[in-house]
Design a protein around this ligand. Structure first.
Ligand code: PLP
Ligand code: COI
Length: 353
């Protein structure tokens, strides 16, 4: 149990008005905790949001020893504030930490830190449809040292951002570029970890996709460049001839919490689900024979995002009629319904702040 010291700002800022984008506005406070080798995590505190002072030699700036997470707080229909499966973010944080030689954080402390900060910032949880308070926990290596090594000092922080839809298009289907040149991750690498390097590795392909009019990149496996893995900021699902298919967790894709929730819901509804290898050739064939019924991405920021078009080299696969598919809509309504407390929470996913 953390003993969190809270210092409130004397200059609270105006809440944003009108349409919220994603991740552009930050709240009045942030959580910080230090790690020092030999002492462990210490000095948990909530302080006014502001700039950091760090040595330019901090190891995070040079070798990228860092991790981040993403979850959301929602204002429920009963007026209470809720988180969605924060224990899963805590577990994934420690899995990422292990991969990047960052010290573990107790799961209870992690969730306590997030709840304490959201409690201070409850007024910042937006209530318009499709909006929520995006929560970004992250850890950076702060030892000033230029040798390639494990840092002796770290900062764990949480910042908050009232946000709307991740994609400008909202729930309208997005177009996705299947990348056949660049790769994001390989087995044995850090693709299953949530760390900045994976996203830095994705940017060149994202620029290429944007230039061609596509919202994000769908990555192929790094070895054969044959099997689909995941999208820039979400996992990917296909409904092929009635079966819900998603790439298996093979060590190079992120084990998404929304992915896990969608699989559980589909199974509860009695729909056949498969986690397996999915080749682009299989998708092209399914689309040609009319069996590729729906494609959607899943993620905290993206929620359930329908995909209306996939491009692979010169082949363009158009999926559906330009509207969100039936299953995608049902999943969106159910996931957000549980998050907002509109629907019964059979799985115990909703956590009161
Ligand atoms: N894959 C990547 C690369 C992501 O950045 C995200 C977003 O967090 C996801 C998948 C979806 O994960 P989750 O559902 O836990 O947000
Ligand atoms: C999230 O969905 O929380 C993510 O981390 C995606 C992010 C890269 C925008």
């Amino acid at each position: 149990m953390l003993d969190i010291k809270i210092t409130k700002t004397t200059a609270p800022r105006e809440k944003p008005q009108g349409k919220l984008g994603f991740g552009k506005v930050f709240t009045d406070h942030m959580f910080i905790m230090d790690y020092t080798a030999g002492r462990g995590w210490h000095d948990p505190r909530i302080v006014p949001y502001g700039d950091l002072t760090l040595s330019p030699a901090c190891m995070v700036f040079h070798y990228g020893q860092e991790m981040f997470e993403g979850l959301k707080a929602y204002k429920g229909v009963d007026g209470s504030s809720y988180l969605f499966r924060p224990d899963m973010n805590a577990k994934r944080t420690n899995a990422t930490n292990d991969r990047l030689c960052i010290p573990q954080v107790s799961e209870e402390d992690y969730v306590q830190a997030i709840r304490a900060l959201v409690q201070v910032e409850e007024d910042w949880i937006p209530t318009d449809p499709g909006t929520s308070l995006y929560i970004r926990p992250f850890i950076i290596a702060t030892e000033p040292y230029l040798g390639v090594d494990i840092s002796k000092n770290f900062l764990f922080m949480v910042i908050l951002s009232p946000s709307g839809a991740y994609y400008e298009s909202g729930l309208a289907p997005v177009s996705i570029w299947i990348e056949d040149d660049y790769v994001r991750a390989v087995k044995g690498g850090m693709g299953a970890a949530k760390t900045g390097g994976n996203y830095a590795a994705s940017l060149a392909a994202q620029v290429k996709a944007h230039d061609e009019g596509y919202a994000q990149v769908l990555w192929l496996d790094g070895v054969e460049r044959k099997y689909v893995e995941e999208v820039g900021a979400m996992n990917i699902f296909f409904k092929i001839d009635g079966t819900i298919v998603t790439p298996q967790l093979n060590g190079s894709i992120l084990p998404g919490i929304t992915r896990n929730s969608v699989l559980a819901l589909c199974q509860e509804w009695g729909l056949p689900t498969e986690e397996r290898l999915i080749s682009v050739d299989e998708l092209l064939e399914a689309q040609k024979s009319g069996k590729l019924e729906e494609v959607f991405g899943t993620g905290t920021a993206a929620v359930i995002s329908p995909v209306g078009k996939l491009r692979y080299k010169d082949d363009v696969m158009v999926i559906g009629s330009g509207e969100i598919g039936q299953l995608s809509q049902k999943l969106y309504d159910t996931v957000t319904g549980i998050q907002l407390g509109k629907l019964d929470d059979k799985f115990g996913w909703r956590v009161k702040v």
